[in-house]
Design a binder for this molecule. Structure first.
Ligand SMILES: [Zn+2]
Length: 110
């Protein structure tokens, strides 16, 4: 769904942004109460990617996965959209959306 934002948490101590949101910062450890909810635009840049020839059960091969950096440095692992057969490159701009199972999927913006 275009326009849908991605909910994340920002740590008020180390300023890192985490997706999906958590109550405790994975970098600082016990910082309960210091996390702030943030809505990020569903667009990012591919930092690295891989293609699984033998993906886990329930996925179609080949399965593309990419680590995508959103605004404020938040990193999320996304699955390739099934419809997309475009080659993936580091540095590509992608749109992020949730699939029917609430998993993050990316689509290269051409
Ligand atoms: Zn932190």
């Amino acid at each position: 769904m275009p326009g849908q934002t991605i909910t994340s948490s920002k740590c008020n101590r180390c300023k890192r942004v985490i997706v999906p949101p958590r109550e405790t910062c994975p970098y600082c450890g016990k910082s309960a109460g210091l996390m702030e909810t943030l809505e990020l635009p569903p667009r990012g840049v591919i930092q690295s990617h891989t293609t699984l020839r033998m993906p886990p059960e329930g996925f179609k091969a080949p399965l593309s996965m990419a680590l995508v950096e959103l605004e404020q440095g938040a990193l999320i692992l996304c699955l390739g959209s099934e419809q997309s057969s475009l080659p993936i490159n580091i540095g590509d701009t992608v749109d992020i959306e949730l699939d029917s199972q609430e998993r993050f999927c990316f689509r290269v913006v051409s």
